[in-house]
Design a protein around this ligand. Sequence first.
Ligand code: M6R
Length: 609
Amino acid sequence: MCGIVGYVGSKPGMDVVLEGLRRLEYRGYDSAGVAVLSDAGELQVERRAGKLANLEKVVVGTPLPGTLAIGHTRWATHGAPTDRNAHPHVDCAGRVAVVHNGTIENFEELVAGLEQRGHERRSETDTEVVAHLLEERYDGDLAEAVRSVCRDLEGSFVLVVAHADRPDVVVGARRNLPLVIGLGEGENFLGSDVTAFIGHTREARIVDQDQVVELRRDGVTVTTLDGTVVDGASFHVDWDTDAAEKGGHEFFMLKEIQEQPAAIRETLGGRLQEDGLLHLDELSMSDEDIRGIEQVVIIACGSSYHSGLVGKYAIERWCRLPVQVEMASEFRYRDPVVGRNTLVIAVSQSGETADTLEAVRHARSQKAWVLAVTNTVGSTISRESDAAFYTRGGPEVAVASTKAVITQIVAMYVVGLYLAQVRGTRDADEVRAHLADLREIPDLVQEVLDRMDGVRELARDLVNEPRVLFLGRHVGYPMALEGALKLKELAYISAEGFPAGEIKHGPIALIEKGTPVVVLAARHALSAKLVNNVQEVRARGARTIVIATDGDDSVTPYADEIIRIPDTKSLLTPLLTIVPMQVLSAEVARAKGLDVDQPRNLAKSVTVE
Ligand code: M6R
């Protein structure tokens, strides 16, 4: 949460930072701000509540001069989303500017000391204490002042700092949250992720836990908090600015939905051997260890949790292993039974979700083997896990997750099949056959995408609905949850997903004449029972919108609207049913005139617990 950019070079710093903030705005959009330092040492700050556009209106006509700048886009934690609480924050003399992502847990104690020592607090944020502490501790070496302050901070933070006395240096620091260095020629960058500087350089280096980076025009120096210089490898970002642009689409989400066939191909690519079986070195587990697994626990949040639920059906079926799926925010507080023979799979698009990260740490402390399934190379969760399976979905900018989720589901199947292959619970021919089915999925997803006109029309018809229910059985159930989450977060419609067999135990009372009920009735073993459930809700007045497989007419008589998808194996149907629900929710939001990419109150990367 919160997006951070830092720049020192020869270009207008404000332009570089605003460009970075545009790409990071998905991380929070409660306010935005920049601080620009001129070569003459004049530090100017502008900040505005609301989206970045509010700030741009102010600064674009009257650019702040200087080739060193820092910037911030905020998801509010301490203090309301006002101009006064927007970052950057400055010290009493206005000579130090600080942007911050995270929460400083001991800030009240620090504020008390600062007030006693005569500092005047001007915001309700925790961040401001850092500016005042730096004012006290700076004596010419900005990186040392930042190290000294960081040693006294509790909580999680990324800090990026500029000082009026140092037009040659930007300093950054991190604990628990992500910070990446962009390495340029005669210029260097800091960003919450690589999209912040991808328009300028594709060479990057991760800042590690409790490290401080001094960014100069001619290079960077990274140290630990005690000042020891540390080396670190750089990496090349293998996608370019096009991947982080809308490419002619009105919203990133609409583009990302269309990118799903290609994203799935990337997830599968290179993981199949010539003999048609899987090769997953990335699990970093010996065959003996894999055979020794006694249970699998999947931890995740939000849509990633729904991907994990699909994984449960696949892994139990193919590997005959008990699988639990846990919301990461609950996992570690429940004293879960995990240990040496537990494989924990942490699913996270961003690889930075605080709840999932803490759950990973807890699982590792219990000696479980933790595999991260993530889209973000070098993310904290991938680095703190024992192994990482990268989903390779490419950058996902829209807050609502689409291609990241579909690639996570593919990852669940791939990992499940690999475990089955090594453990011998499925023979080689069967594994090959499932993989062949998976390889057909990108074309089938494309077919679904090509059929979406009816769904767009239906969306316009749902804009005034106060409530929509989603029903599914078996692997359709996690997708019912996902469909409901998408509609809630994008269109602000009260939506709930249920196992279809469960509604008669209570939720059916919600149905009134005309209540839309989306039924995920793709072909699977329980479809006869599902047909009964559709009849039950229709008999009570529901308007049934049924997602059904081509050629399956068992449900047609009870469907008010029907959305057809191509046939595939029942276990793989989530990869097809998910698509119309993504399109439906995005189109309802669009028809309501809402911001599809940046729904209210949300941020893409949730780095607070
Ligand atoms: O980055 P993660 O996958 O860990 O994020 C988990 C959730 O915050 C995320 O899936 C969220 O639910 C999205 N808004 C769903 O569209």
